[in-house]
Design a protein around this ligand. Structure first.
Ligand SMILES: Nc1ncnc2c1ncn2[C@@H]1O[C@H](COP(=O)(O)OP(=O)(O)OP(=O)(O)O)[C@@H](O)[C@H]1O
Ligand SMILES: [Mg+2]
Length: 412
């Protein structure tokens, strides 16, 4: 028996959220669409591990509530929990005053996507800690969580706060929903929320959260790619793929860096991040499977850029312009050091990547489970901890060095 993609998504929705849950696929996909033929590759439907992760995190919520006592000293200041903005619970995008900073003349806002087809390589960890390190230096940073697993969102907000305050009206899903529903009142800046992280000075760290049901947007975006003529197909392709870019452009001058945390796949939502980006950072573990994914990712990016720019050339709408996302570098993470060098088993893979055409960051991030671990009561990125021991200071230094390196490249 074959199951259509729509039915599959509905089943996944029910399995994830239960029939009565407000975020079910049933509600996201109107009934009349259920017979629609969906173009687009079936392989882009999120894979099982992704679904299981989201499901497991839902399950684990009960335990999260009881974990509060496990807090250690090196944690988020007590004010963090109560400092999550409260006024946003009943906000409606478009109605609320935006919290985005004013435009600073002369700002060259840079958009960086952190991506890898491979899961668990540290994309979210790198994004969160890099953002915090840059904000601590006085930079205005906007984080965008594009992963339906919501790991980045839950690195800054407690899950229950996310659910109560943001899940309905203040996530990146609203941005894609507005596109699908042709709602022109939604502006990206009204989706920006403030995790109020303890950063002294002028730095700003804002965020657009993700949504567990972003998984459903994928198939709806695919349906928007269809067209009855070549011209219509081309225009629809450009419209869908530039959706995030159009929103991000509207924030020009308000942030120094926009950092986008991508899901571990190259789905349509991920491609909207690529087209919005000036740079790509590809964290990877120096092992066989993780480094294999780099070639795959690179080919996908090249194909996307080639197709997008070819369509731009044929399109007379000045709204669409060429894209040129540069691979800033492969960033080795979870590196095990021995006598100051990566262990031999990892060095081989590092050398293999260096021999290829990709740029590789000089800085590598060591494996340190204690430092990078977080608990539900302490969701903030490790680099924001108030005090660290000498061993962990090395880890902080690596992130700081990475921030320096990246700033050097984007500000030159
Ligand atoms: N340098 C490191 N040392 C120790 N643990 C790390 C390090 N980097 C990441 N981790 C841990 O590895 C796990 C996966 O990291 P993370 O969630 O950032 O990966 P990811 O690539 O974003 O995963 P996904 O593809 O599922 O989004 C997390 O538990 C994180 O705390
Ligand atoms: Mg992640």
């Amino acid at each position: 028996m074959t199951v259509s993609p729509i039915e599959l998504i509905k089943k996944i929705g029910s399995a994830l959220f239960g029939p009565a849950h407000p975020e079910t696929a049933e509600e996201v996909l109107p009934e009349e669409q259920s017979e629609e033929v969906i173009p687009g590759p079936a392989s882009e439907i999120p894979s099982e591990p992704l679904i299981e992760t989201a499901f497991e995190s839902e399950e684990s919520e009960e335990t999260e509530e009881t974990e509060e006592t496990e807090e250690t000293e090196e944690t988020v200041p007590a004010e963090h929990e109560s400092s999550i903005p409260s006024g946003s619970m009943s906000d409606i995008p478009g109605k609320r005053e935006s919290i985005v900073p004013p435009i600073k003349e002369g700002t060259k806002m840079r958009v960086i996507s952190v991506m890898n087809y491979k899961g668990g390589v540290g994309k979210t960890t790198v994004t969160a800690n890099l953002a915090a390190a840059l904000a601590k230096r006085g930079k205005r940073i906007l984080l965008i969580d594009l992963d339906p697993q919501c790991s980045l969102s839950f690195s800054f907000f407690h899950r229950r706060d996310w659910r109560q305050k943001f899940s309905e009206t203040k996530t990146v899903k609203n941005w894609y929903d507005a596109f699908i529903d042709k709602d022109f009142n939604c502006s990206l800046e009204n989706l920006v929320v403030d995790p109020e992280v303890p950063i002294k000075g002028e730095g700003i760290l804002h965020m657009i959260c993700s949504h567990l049901a972003l998984i459903n947007i994928e198939i709806e975006l695919s349906s928007k790619l269809s067209g009855s003529s070549e011209r219509e197909l081309r225009n629809n392709y450009l419209r869908v793929h530039s959706r995030l870019s159009q929103g991000v452009k509207s924030l020009k001058g308000r942030y120094d860096v926009v950092l986008i945390d991508c899901p571990p796949s190259f789905n349509i939502v991920t491609t909207t991040a690529v087209t919005a980006s000036d740079y790509l950072i590809v964290p990877t573990i120096p092992d066989y499977l993780s480094t294999l994914g780099i070639d795959y990712l690179n080919n996908k990016v090249e194909d996307l850029v080639e197709t997008y720019n070819r369509y731009v050339d044929k399109c007379d709408d000045p709204e669409f312009t060429h894209i040129n996302p540069l691979m800033m570098g492969v960033l080795f993470n979870l590196v095990q050091f021995s006598s100051g060098n990566p262990i031999r088993a990892q060095e081989k893979y590092i050398d293999d990547v260096r021999k290829k055409k990709y740029p590789v960051f000089e800085i590598m991030l060591r494996e340190n489970r204690t430092f990078y671990s977080s608990s539900s009561s302490n969701p903030l990125p490790a680099v924001l901890r108030r005090s660290v021991g000498p061993a962990q200071q090395k880890v902080v230094n690596e992130i700081e060095d990475l921030a320096t390196d990246i700033l050097g490249r984007i500000e030159s």
